[in-house]
Design a protein around this ligand. Sequence first.
Ligand SMILES: *[C@@H]1O[C@H](CO)[C@@H](O)[C@H](O)[C@H]1NC(C)=O
Ligand SMILES: *[C@@H]1O[C@H](CO)[C@@H](O)[C@H](O)[C@H]1NC(C)=O
Length: 361
Amino acid sequence: MQITLSSALLALVATAVAVPTEKRATCSKGRTTAHASCCIWFDVLDDIQENLFDGGECGEEVHESLRLTFHDAIGFSPALFRQGKFGGGGADGSIMAHSEIETNFAANNGIDEIVDAQHPFALAHKVSFGDFIQFAGAVGITNCPGAPRLEFLAGRSNISLPSPDGLVPEPFNPTDMIINRFADVGFTPNEIVDLLVSHTVAAQDKVDPTIPGTPFDSTSGTFDSQFFVETLLVGQLFPGNGSNQGEVLSPLAGEFRLQSDAAFARDPRTACEWQSFIANHNTMTSKFRAAMQKMTVLGQNRNLLTDCSDVIPVPKTLTTKPFLPAGKTQRDVQVACHASPFPALTAQPGPATSVAPVPPS
Ligand SMILES: *[C@@H]1O[C@H](CO)[C@@H](O)[C@H](O)[C@H]1NC(C)=O
Ligand SMILES: *[C@@H]1O[C@H](CO)[C@@H](O)[C@H](O)[C@H]1NC(C)=O
């Protein structure tokens, strides 16, 4: 009996191995994916590339969509649950489902614009808000040369409760406070730096509301490592009309420096992770990808989600190398990692770099 059973099992195993792998599903325009249920995302892809990201640009909607992936997901606190309180649902789309509550949180100032812009797309394609937000972020950055191809998992429930206030870090929060907030969701200090790679394609709107769209590095349309170079340069000026809460001196006209970015760049706990990205674009993008893989499933069970990563386009490639902005020398770098030498960078030629918009004449 025992023998019969095991040979039957063996036969089963043999059959399973012999059967060719499940046929890939063919979706619109002949594109293929590993799971038929992922086909819908090709249609979402076409629509948002054309109508949300202006035909495939790495512009403001991409910056804001990437920001939104974080502001939705970080609304999650195991510490609150341990206290018997509701700690939020993480990457559950609650920031869109309950936008009238969550977009009024101080730390979400200005996020209502991208929530409103994305909302009709999610409704039109009948996908959950939580999935849509993460999909839009992953697709958007592929328009930025040098970005990694992020994982995209689908299947988040569309049912959510509003996140509690106070879970989204603010740029004026002390480093320890931000580190504690991230520790609550299982991120190490270095993984905060890995997520901050996002600031290579980012800009501020509401820290200084008089200069919306002021970028954090001189190349906010490329997924390069300039953000990690330029945050270490000596600060000299305010790009707007004065110091605001969460803002510190920036090295370049038209560039904005957040207090928290300046602090993590120089904190002994994170300075070496920060510096390591400057000359190693592959490390930077693979660590960002890994951190996003964790962040996008906060509050979710990844085993219940379907891997639709093959719908995400292959990002444009980066052709530039890190540099010092024109007018700067190695002496302008405030080196904060002492375990390894600061990479040798050459300065761009020409007059001092300004990324300030040219005033209309
Ligand atoms: C998701 O929930 C919102 C309400 O919060 C609803 O308007 C929308 O139709 C739902 N989408 C799906 C796919 O169920
Ligand atoms: C900064 O800009 C705001 C809005 O335009 C204006 O009200 C304020 O007076 C300006 N402050 C300074 C110091 O120029």
